[in-house]
Write a protein that binds this ligand. Structure first.
Ligand SMILES: [Zn+2]
Length: 348
């Protein structure tokens, strides 16, 4: 279908969001290991009202779901929205999910195994309720309302404590057989590389996510290499994280700069592999580590240019995400439209 930018744009513009009648507003929930965000979002992806609370992980699944219900109630009551104006609720859930059964299969940060998430919320609000993986929700938000507007073929990476991605091909989110498509973080990059949380060795995540960046900074300090990073954490290497390394690199610290450059090399290799495989027009980079901006993106683009195949590399622009932390909650809300078969954002 869409083979160039113009055709792609024409496709999305033909698909304004209509057909949900008066029920034009959406509720989104972004469930994270530390915080839950809930928001009322319109069909242009604008947040009209929002609430955020810490995730009571110790309260278990029932306690966390009660927390989600409470936040949604607050958003509804503060905004004064009526049930008739609401098209549905979308939930962005971390980890492995089975959306057809409304289940969180496994979520390591929440200590969840086979938790029914959708049914209790649907019952409580009597609204169509949908779930998806949190990274896929962020991808949908960036695709419809953020850096990917008007683009039908894109991949969206979140680089933080872990590395995840979502992909959209020909305007459709790709989910895969077990809704696990896009696990770029567990692509093997080094056959004898460091052990990853997944049990494999040399995964991209084990080489280039926030903890890997912090680990290299600690190792440099342990070796006695001179760097401003030690002073930046008050002489306590265990306080090092990717943000400190980024800040030191910005200040011109050569050790920090080398660590960022190495992370960019691994990320560039992973992205080049991904680009060769799915041929996107756009690679959107978000997440905490991506706060490094051009410091990370510029060397990453260089590596992609060297390692991806010529035509694919020339087609795929690597750009920063636009929606920041809001992508999760906006995308969860947009999921309602996506799942109800409303194919794209309204032309605003
Ligand atoms: Zn892994």
């Amino acid at each position: 279908m869409a083979v160039n930018g113009t055709a792609v744009r024409a496709v999305t513009e033909q698909l304004p969001v209509r057909g949900v009648g008066q029920a034009s507003l959406l509720l989104g929930v972004d469930l994270g290991g530390s915080h839950i965000s809930a928001a009322l979002v319109d069909q242009a992806g604008r947040i009209l009202q929002r609430r955020k609370a810490p995730t009571a992980v110790e309260a278990g699944p029932d306690g966390i779901i009660a927390g989600i219900v409470e936040l949604l109630r607050e958003v509804i009551s503060v905004s004064g929205v009526t049930r008739r104006e609401l098209a549905g609720i979308g939930l962005g859930i971390p980890g492995l999910i089975d959306s057809s059964r409304g289940l969180s299969i496994f979520s390591p940060n929440l200590f969840w195994h086979n938790v029914q998430v959708v049914r209790p919320i649907e019952r409580e609000f009597n609204l169509p309720t949908f779930m998806d993986n949190d990274v896929r929700c962020a991808t949908l938000a960036e695709a419809w309302y953020g850096a990917g507007r008007g683009v039908a073929n894109l991949i969206c990476l979140t680089i933080g404590t872990g590395i995840g991605s979502g992909l959209m091909i020909d305007g459709q989110l790709v989910r895969g057989a077990t809704e696990s498509a896009g696990e770029i973080g567990h692509m093997t990059i080094e056959k004898d590389g460091p052990r990853c949380n997944c049990g494999n060795h040399g995964c991209l995540e084990a080489l280039a996510a926030g903890p890997a960046i912090a680990r290299r900074a600690r190792e440099a300090i342990e070796k006695g290499v001179e760097t401003v990073m030690l002073a930046m954490v008050g002489g306590q290497p265990d306080r090092l994280d990717a943000a400190v390394v980024t800040q030191a690199a910005r200040q011109g610290d050569p050790v920090a700069w080398e660590i960022i450059e190495l992370a960019a090399l691994y990320l560039g290799i992973g992205i080049a592999n991904y680009i060769n495989l799915v041929n996107p027009e756009l690679v959107i980079i978000g997440g905490g580590v991506a706060q490094a901006g051009e410091l990370l993106l510029a060397p990453m683009r260089r590596v992609v240019g060297q390692r991806a195949m010529k035509v694919q590399a020339a087609t795929a622009r690597v750009v920063p995400a636009r929606l920041g932390e809001d992508a999760g909650v906006i995308g969860a809300a947009a999921l309602v439209l996506e799942r109800l078969g409303e194919a794209g954002p309204s032309a605003v």
